[in-house]
Write a protein that binds this ligand. Structure first.
Ligand code: HEC
Ligand code: HEC
Ligand code: HEC
Ligand code: HEC
Ligand code: HEC
Length: 450
């Protein structure tokens, strides 16, 4: 990849930022749309699409190390200027950290963590939660999506820092986690000491305490594992990982989600020597389609055709996801669509879902985020792929009268949700359907002896 390509992409995302002030809530979609465009399997309903899209992938690309370094002009540690001050008694804005940690800040800004409060999908869920359960119960949402409320208690979300979502200072003020205390698992210390993975680092702006916790999955577990008041595991990513071969082999969340890429931990004018690598702070998951495509595979393993019955054998494998596939929100699901074609015409069809389905006390299936977090009382079914699982699927088709057939199998990732849309006409909640292709296979078939 040449330097020009990286530079062009950085410029794209910059010009987009200007355009998207009003449409900040669209962040989530603009990224998704750019991905969809590339793969051309989108279904978008009821959504006003802003022009263009923020390109995340190039910034993510380790080969774009140069781009990571091409950050806006430094202001922080410039000669003659005093270093920016951290708040000694409360949270400090990520903008202050970003004056020195420019490369990390630029990447973090585009992450779902940085947009965990502002993105339109969360905004819709949060609004629904307030309408359905009231403000008191909906405080729960903020403890993960705007976690600085855990100190200061800005549950009305009036302060700018709260809107920064999962901000630098929240993560880097954590000195311990107590998973045995699920109601309040995070231990943090505010002020001028920052905790992190580096050894022997020194900073003009803050004290540094080295902490191994930052390299372990337990750090992420405080938000990525959640049992609600009814004891239902609404989010089980950490638990799924914990009982997998990845945990056994010591492969942590960070090893897959925060790989080392070329870049500077702080800008050149703050510190001249640098390890030359940083941990990628975009922390992407299933929104990075390429990641999903590498992790999940699909194969037509064969077929059996006896008189008028055909059995199709398929294999779907979770090869590279360190937890179930899909994981996290129960609304994230995958579907395998199998079609039987005779001379191009469909004569049979099946859908096999990979999902965890939750219901409330009365047995009603829950389809929305706010409902699962608060009302889930039971898991109805769980057909997701376990870590490393290879699932063999056998599909029978009957009454087949043909001499030649083609079977197609397509695996899709789906997310059906809502988003808060803000424009000249005001605020409203619109349905959003997302669907993208993970893998697709085709196989021709004929009866025995033909
Ligand atoms: C005046 C510049 C400056 C500012 C402002 C600043 N830092 Fe730093 N920080 C540094 C320097 C220099 C290092 C050492 C980097 C190195 O050695 O590679 C550092 C290191 C760190 C580390 C690594 C610690 C470790 O042991 O892994 C973390 C985490 C960190 N900073 C977080 C923050 C956060 C969060 C903020 C904002 C609240 C912030 N920094 C603001 C200059 C700054
Ligand atoms: C072996 C590599 C690996 C490890 C270890 C790993 N992940 Fe993942 N993760 C993936 C891949 C690949 C995907 C995309 C496929 C998917 O959604 O499962 C993913 C997806 C995700 C998603 C997005 C889910 C969604 O549907 O949007 C979250 C959240 C996540 N991981 C969190 C974690 C956490 C937290 C840990 C540690 C407890 C962890 N991961 C450990 C590889 C890994
Ligand atoms: C979701 C929590 C989280 C957020 C938000 C976050 N970090 Fe980090 N950061 C980590 C973890 C975890 C590591 C260590 C990863 C590893 O070593 O595998 C890390 C590492 C670092 C390091 C050490 C150098 C490196 O690349 O490993 C610095 C400096 C740092 N972060 C600064 C920041 C700044 C500045 C921000 C905001 C712009 C920020 N972080 C946001 C979790 C976070
Ligand atoms: C303070 C809570 C918190 C912590 C700590 C945290 N996360 Fe998250 N994470 C979230 C929330 C909330 C979201 C969803 C944001 C949104 O989309 O609104 C998220 C999103 C993600 C996603 C993106 C999923 C996707 O669909 O693409 C991944 C991957 C992820 N986190 C991994 C991690 C890893 C790895 C760590 C530990 C280094 C970590 N998180 C620490 C709360 C947290
Ligand atoms: C224990 C932490 C936690 C709590 C509490 C929590 N969330 Fe989340 N939320 C997450 C994480 C982590 C994700 C990332 C998705 C995943 O893992 O698949 C997420 C994702 C979401 C998303 C999808 C956002 C996107 O960008 O795709 C919505 C909507 C959402 N949460 C709404 C809510 C609502 C509404 C509440 C309160 C009723 C709530 N959440 C409470 C951690 C939490």
């Amino acid at each position: 990849m040449n330097r020009g390509a990286c530079l062009a992409n950085v410029e794209t995302s910059k010009s987009q930022k200007v355009k998207t002030t009003k449409a900040n809530v669209f962040w989530y979609f603009t990224v998704s749309i750019s991905t969809f465009r590339r793969f051309d399997v989108s279904t978008f309903r009821g959504l006003v699409v802003t022009a263009g899209a923020i390109l995340v992938t190039p910034v993510l690309n380790p080969e774009c190390g140069g781009a990571l370094g091409q950050q806006p002009e430094a202001t922080g540690g410039q000669l003659g200027k005093p270093p920016p001050e951290l708040n000694p008694n409360g949270w400090t804005s990520s903008a202050v950290c970003g004056e020195c940690h420019q490369a990390i800040h630029a990447v973090w800004r585009q992450s779902l963590h940085a947009n965990s409060w502002s993105n339109g999908v969360f905004q819709a869920g949060f609004r629904r939660s307030n309408e359905t359960y009231g403000e008191e119960k909906s405080r729960l949402c903020l403890s993960c999506h705007a976690p600085t409320v855990r100190h200061g208690g800005d549950y009305a979300v009036k302060e700018a820092i709260t809107k920064e979502g999962i901000t630098c200072d929240f993560c880097h003020s954590i000195h311990a986690v107590e998973l045995a205390d699920p109601a309040d698992p995070v231990r943090f210390a505010l002020g001028k000491t920052k905790y992190g993975p580096l050894r022997h680092a020194q900073s003009p702006a803050h004290q540094i305490v080295h902490s191994d916790l930052f390299k372990r999955s337990e750090f992420c577990a405080t938000c990525h594992d959640y049992k609600n008041a009814n004891g239902v595991p609404v989010l089980g990513t950490f638990s799924e990982w914990k009982s997998s071969s990845y945990a056994e082999r010591g492969k942590q969340c960070q090893d897959c989600h925060m790989p080392l890429v070329a870049g500077r931990t702080v800008s050149l004018d703050v510190k001249t020597e640098s390890p030359g690598v940083v941990n990628l702070h975009n922390i992407s998951g299933s929104h990075d389609i390429e990641r999903v495509r590498k992790a999940v595979t699909l194969e037509v393993a064969g077929y059996e055709w006896v008189s008028d019955k055909v059995w199709v054998f398929l294999k779907v494998a979770n090869e590279g996801s360190g937890h179930c596939f899909p994981t996290g929100l129960p609304m994230h699901r995958a579907v395998l669509e199998v079609k039987l074609l005779k001379a191009g015409e469909m004569i049979g069809q099946r859908e096999i879902p990979f999902e965890i389905v939750m219901m409330d006390e009365s047995g009603r299936t829950l389809r929305r985020e706010h409902e699962v977090f608060i009302s889930a009382a039971k898991v109805r079914s769980d057909t997701r792929l376990k870590p490393n699982e290879v699932r063999s699927i056998e599909i029978p088709f009957r009454d087949i009268k043909a001499s030649r057939l083609v079977v197609t199998a397509s695996l899709y990732y789906e997310y059906s949700t809502e988003a808060l849309v803000t424009d000249e006409k005001g605020d409203r909640i619109e349905p959003v359907e997302m669907k993208f292709l993970i893998a697709s296979r085709e196989h021709s078939m004929k009866p025995v002896g033909q």
